[in-house]
Write a protein of this length. Structure first.
Length: 468
């Protein structure tokens, strides 16, 4: 049976600012707790700290795939919910489970492979043993909890319940810290205890997300009396069309940091420059967390309204987040960096040169927030349209065509003018980010105008993907 395209008004849902607020808290907490394992490892020794660092690339690969699959599923579910299409919701969830069943064995193999690969890395005996234990336990355990959590987490976000997403993160972090304390200081399990506490902590967040997802889905089934029974004839393609670009974009972001470190390793002041960039990067990411959280909230918000054909709601949410981001950068980040930037740099730096470089870099953080916000907010709106390619294209333009070449030119210009090349590199990256954001905004505005003119475009040009 086919009914009206929606059973309730989009205005009944929460505002995008209300959706973003819990995620801001959650993301800030995750950023603060991201150093927990390293802090506990530092009480054991440098070998444990090195082992955690060696596991980072494997964790990052997991995160890239997780983000990609979550993006695709959240967008598809949100659009289906906005259009009241329960059969498509079931399709997308079933398809995602098949993706998870394929990914989990892959990372179980990676975790086991770490044990056998570590002896061939040329590490000292102590670091090798620590890496074998930490890497194997962390990756094999997280392979199950991390990818299993994609589905309930996406369901919860598609229901616009970002508060539950926040609480899942809180439970995970609190459990991790508690078990770290017990395993390291009471049981004296060393890096094994650190890895195991992280794995168990993620299962705690997963359990909470599963319960909330079941509750939301039960209420949805009870509330929907008139629904659209259309099927998506290409559910895997619908998810992958967003998952693959999102994952690749995430990888490009990481490659930028690796290449910047390579550029900074060339000058005579390389140690101070690399250390200052590390300080800047951590503080900048912390400052950007509210914008990143807003972008995560904007995806289900926009996708549901596209499914409901509510373009005014999409524009309203985008404008609200843009104004909030500008206010945050100007009224909070800027004064904080001006007043406390040099102090923060002094705390985190060892040498005077590193502190001087870091102090300069931190003054740019408010400008980086302003330059990056449009880029962060445009991408989820395109993904809400079921269009992942614009985000990938703009990531290539930003990180490959603009940011890195301009960083290199900035280094050369800075030295030619008698300043540290590090300063020119940061300014070049800032210019590249600003240009990319401007191009992305122009592309999004053009796409929204096209939707105003064509109902078929508003439907995502995927009418051929459904059957009556």
């Amino acid at each position: 049976m086919t009914a009206s395209p929606r059973t309730r008004s989009p205005s009944d849902g929460p505002s995008v600012l209300r959706m973003a607020a819990p995620l801001v808290i959650s993301f800030w907490m995750r950023a603060a707790f991201s150093l927990v394992d390293t802090a506990y490892a530092a009480t054991i020794g440098d070998e444990a700290v090195a082992a955690i660092g060696l596991a980072v690339p494997f964790e990052f690969l997991m995160i890239a795939l997780w983000v990609g699959l979550s993006t695709g599923l959240t967008s598809c579910l949100s659009r289906a919910m906005g259009a009241c299409q329960p059969r498509q919701i079931e399709q997308y969830i079933a398809s995602s489970w098949r993706f998870v069943y394929g990914i989990v064995p892959l990372f179980l193999g990676v975790g086991v492979g770490i044990w056998f690969w570590a002896p061939h890395m040329g590490l000292s005996a102590g670091v090798q043993r620590a890496f074998q234990i930490y890497g194997t336990v962390l990756i094999t355990g997280s392979a199950i909890s991390a990818f299993w959590s994609v589905i309930p987490d996406s369901i919860v976000k598609a229901h616009q319940d970002t508060r539950s997403t926040m609480w899942a993160g809180i439970w995970s972090n609190v459990l991790n810290v508690t078990l770290n304390t017990v395993f390291v200081f009471v049981f004296h399990w060393g890096v094994f205890g650190i890895a195991l506490s992280t794995v168990i902590g993620r299962f705690g967040g997963l359990a909470y997300a599963v319960v909330r997802a079941h509750q939301h889905e039960r209420r949805r089934r009870e509330a929907w009396s008139e629904v659209n029974e259309q099927l998506d004839t290409r559910p895997y393609r619908a998810i992958l069309a967003l998952a693959v670009p999102a994952a690749l974009s995430f990888v490009l972001m990481s490659l930028e940091t690796a290449i910047v470190n390579w550029l900074l390793a060339k000058p005579p002041d390389s140690t101070a420059a690399i250390a200052a960039y590390s300080i800047y990067y951590r503080v900048m990411l912390f400052a950007l967390n509210p914008m990143i959280a807003a972008a995560v909230a904007l995806l289900p918000y926009a996708a549901r309204r596209f499914g409901n054909r509510d373009l005014a709601g999409v524009r309203r949410g985008l404008n609200e987040l843009a104004l909030a981001a500008i206010g945050y950068a100007v009224l909070l980040v800027a004064p904080t960096m001006v007043l406390f930037g040099p102090t923060i740099a002094g705390w985190l730096a060892e040498s005077p040169t590193t502190a001087r470089y870091a102090a300069f870099a931190l003054k740019l953080v408010p400008l980086v927030c302003l330059a990056s916000t449009p880029f962060l907010l445009c991408r989820p709106v395109f993904e809400g349209m079921q269009r992942g390619r614009p985000g990938l294209i703009m990531a290539v333009i930003r990180y490959g065509v603009l940011s890195l070449p301009l960083a290199w030119l900035g280094m050369l210009a800075g030295r030619a003018l008698g300043h540290p090349g590090f300063y020119g590199l940061l300014i070049g990256m800032l210019v590249g980010s600003s240009i990319a954001s401007g191009l992305f905004v122009a592309w999004l505005l053009s796409a929204l105008r096209a939707m105003d003119r064509s109902p078929a475009v508003l439907a995502g040009e995927r009418l051929d993907a459904t059957t009556p």
